[in-house]
Design a binder for this molecule. Structure first.
Ligand code: LLP
Length: 421
């Protein structure tokens, strides 16, 4: 899967750099991203939309390092943001606000103001109450807010329940049956300009069918709106395309988009701009987490490889029981293969990165945890007063430190001890 992380002369590389060199230079735990892999993932989408009116808005939450955002900005991406903080980040990375959509169920007043001032492309509104707040703020500022309703099409994305968002019991979006009424209300508001419709049904989706089901429902809605004289400019299908962590075979962007464009044309909606909000599929397999084995520990029940990365660095296993590939950076031949749980030093039983892996390991070895480009660093914390890991971007033989390891002082620099009189 990770063609930009090849095994050469018995050593795992990031593009042209042996990983042990990066470990020596930057220390571990270390996030390493391949620029070529980011570009490859982007171009798979770019090829799939070629010749169509479509915009890829990178889902910033997957990996929001400025250097990563800058790569996508340079490639022509728009951005899907979910907070005022993400808006600041993408602007700092050089993004054009006119290519930005703003999703999320809990947009605060200051975030709405900030996005209106920046002049973003669209607010993906998720409730009647939010629509009202947006309209009020826009009117107060004397502008019109571009809006799209995020509808909940009630389809099953057939993924992990924590990352499935398109079922009617989820907190996300507006019930698709209530959408026409909300659109009619929006039409009356001088502070609002209706521009589109949106959905996002989940993440790590490995089939096309749920997307096409959702699309059908959105197209039905668009017909209903048209009958009411409400014309849209775009249709946003959200993100969610999966990646291979182990043996998944997720569709390529083209496998998804060919039938999507065909359905739009067949329904006479070829004039609509198509927006997508991919996150994971643009960055997930462009990164690894490099970690070093501190200790091997054998107990009656299990063998543990205790490494210097932990759940604070990569919380997906603890949170979703997610599976990440673990490969030795310099695979040994003379060492017996044993079954290990790969765990961190944090004081929680949930602090594991992988379980039951048969590997030939020795203390001090480096391991690469794969598919760590998405929802990895961006979900990291400083739990147990552990500095967040450094991040490096590799391009051929060059590497850039795109975020230094945090210092211990930084971890508590903002804290204050009250001095009572
Ligand atoms: N658009 C919206 C409105 C979203 O909520 C998300 C992700 C995306 C786009 C991007 O989805 P993607 O293409 O990356 O699947 N932390 C979880 C994933 C949470 C996804 C949240 N929403 C994980 O580690 O698997």
């Amino acid at each position: 899967a990770d063609t930009q992380f090849p095994l050469r002369d018995g050593i795992l590389h990031a593009e042209d750099i042996p990983l042990p060199e990066l470990a020596d230079r930057y220390g571990t735990p270390l996030y390493i991203y391949s620029r070529a892999a980011l570009h490859d993932a982007w171009h798979r989408y770019a090829r799939a939309i070629a010749g169509h009116d479509a915009l890829i808005c990178y889902g910033v939450k997957a990996n929001s390092n400025l250097a990563v955002l800058h790569e996508f900005q340079q490639l022509g991406a728009g951005f899907d943001i979910v907070s005022g903080g993400e808006l600041e980040r993408i602007l700092a990375a050089g993004a054009d606000p006119r290519l930005v959509v703003f999703s999320g169920v809990g947009k605060q007043g200051w975030e709405i103001r900030k996005a209106l001032a920046a002049g973003i492309k669209c607010f993906n509104v998720e409730s009647a109450a939010e629509l009202e707040r947006l309209a009020d703020i826009a009117r107060e500022l004397g502008v019109r807010a571009p809006v799209s309703l995020r509808v909940n099409p009630d389809v099953d994305a057939r993924t992990h329940p924590y990352i499935s968002t398109g079922l009617k019991e989820n907190k996300f979006g507006v019930d698709i049956r209530q959408a026409p009424e909300l659109y009619r209300q929006a039409l009356q508001h001088p502070g609002l300009e209706i521009v589109g419709v949106d959905c996002h049904i989940g993440s790590q989706i490995t089939q096309i069918a749920p997307y096409l089901d959702a699309l059908d429902k959105l197209l039905d809605l668009i017909d209903v709106l048209a009958a009411d004289g409400i014309a849209l400019r775009h249709l946003d299908l959200g993100g969610g395309l999966g990646i291979r962590y182990t043996d998944e075979n997720p569709p390529d962007p083209a496998e998804l988009l060919t039938p999507v464009f065909a359905a739009l044309a067949a329904r006479g909606m070829g004039h609509l701009q198509l927006i997508l909000e991919p996150g994971r599929s643009l960055v997930g397999n462009a990164g690894v987490l490099l970690t070093r084995i501190e200790y091997l520990k054998r107990t009656e029940a299990r063998n543990f490889a205790i490494v210097d990365a932990a759940m604070n660095d990569l919380m997906r296993p603890a949170l979703y029981e997610a599976w990440h590939g673990v490969v030795p950076v310099a695979p040994r031949t003379g060492t017996p293969i044993e079954t290990y749980d790969i765990v961190g030093p944090i004081c929680e039983s949930g602090d594991w990165l992988a379980r039951g892996r048969a590997l030939p390991l020795e203390q001090g070895d480096l391991l690469a945890i794969q598919s760590a480009g998405a929802y990895a660093f961006s979900m990291s914390s400083q739990y147990n007063t552990r500095p967040r890991a450094a991040e490096v971007l590799v391009d051929g033989q060059n590497s850039w430190l795109i975020r230094p390891r945090e210092t211990l002082q930084e971890l508590y620099a903002q804290e204050r001890i009250p001095h009572r009189a």
